[in-house]
Design a protein around this ligand. Structure first.
Ligand code: FE2
Length: 300
């Protein structure tokens, strides 16, 4: 009986933002840029993100998942800086990425901006020159990683995401062909499957929840909300945990969850999956990165 460790982090929003050119701001970017200067500039730190990655690597996980929002306003320089950071996180074989809404911030750069990160979003067997397709499927150890894209350019002040019918259909086919016995199925998705804020929601979440209710996965990982989160959704053999995490670069400001990441230790024992979850990160009143929470998530 061996244990496989999956690490999970999200929403690093690299700071500092490279200086935009005037013509870069002639779009929705101007609102995002003002928002960054007013709020996020002070709330995110590259040093924090780097420390978090160093702590992840010290745990020697078998694989690392990242669920998007690597950039802020989708400047070319941001995509390149994010790629450098992804190389720091690990090789494309060892790290799986899905994009977030900020990675498709303006329609003029979508999808070619995220194509710079293609190696981290390619399913097993896809050739190096193949166009990006979602969902992608990767097998790593006992894991079956299913990476989706909810990234779509949106109107100003909106941060919604959409899978779309082709992805929903493909996801249903993948899950019908890969039951729980085939692997510990992990759904990677930027937007949470339930949201109180309409302007930040996944627009086709009901359809996704219905597919999961019929076919199930073992674990859902999402970003977008920038906070510690555990929700449960109906599956065919019980409830499915959905875990969210704070931004990987969030500073301690007393108002928002500071940077953290998750570790999942997965074992297959007596024909059943077991998954132990621990959260490591920063916390108000504590020095450095430490374990914040540990509990069994799947299995007896
Ligand atoms: Fe987001």
């Amino acid at each position: 009986m061996t244990t496989f460790t999956l690490a999970y982090l999200s929403d690093p929003y690299f700071a500092p933002l490279p200086p935009p050119r005037l013509r870069d701001l002639m779009s929705q970017r101007v609102l995002g840029y003002l928002n960054w200067r007013r709020n996020r500039d002070l709330r995110h730190s590259r040093a924090i993100a780097d420390a978090l990655v160093a702590d992840v690597k010290a745990q020697a996980p078998g694989h690392i998942a990242v669920t998007g929002d690597l950039v802020n306003i989708a400047l070319d320089a941001e995509f390149r800086a994010a790629l450098d950071w992804m190389h720091q996180v690990g090789s494309p074989h060892d790290v799986s990425l899905v994009p977030g809404n900020h990675d498709a911030y303006v329609s003029s750069v979508y999808p070619h901006g995220i194509e710079l990160w293609s190696d981290y979003m390619r399913g097993d067997g896809a050739s190096n020159n193949a166009a990006l397709t979602f969902p992608y499927v990767r097998r790593r150890g006992p894991l079956l990683l299913i990476g989706t894209s909810t990234a779509i350019p949106t109107a100003p002040f909106m941060a919604t995401g959409t899978l779309g019918q082709p992805q929903l259909d493909a996801l249903e086919r993948i899950l019908a062909q890969n039951k729980s016995a085939e692997g510990f199925r992990v759904l990677l998705i930027h937007h949470p499957l339930r949201s109180k804020r309409r302007h930040k929601r996944l627009t086709d979440a009901p359809a996704l929840r219905e597919i999961l209710r019929c076919h199930g996965v073992e674990l859902i990982l999402h970003g977008h909300d920038h906070k510690h989160s555990l929700m449960w959704f109906d599956g065919p053999a019980g409830e499915i945990p959905a875990v969210g995490v704070p931004s990987a670069s969030a500073v301690i400001d007393g108002k928002h969850d500071p940077a953290a990441y998750n570790l999942f230790r997965i074992t297959h024992d007596n024909d059943a999956w077991r998954c132990d979850w621990s959260v490591r990160g920063y916390q108000d009143g504590r020095d450095g990165i430490s374990e914040l929470r540990a509990q069994r998530l799947v299995g007896a």
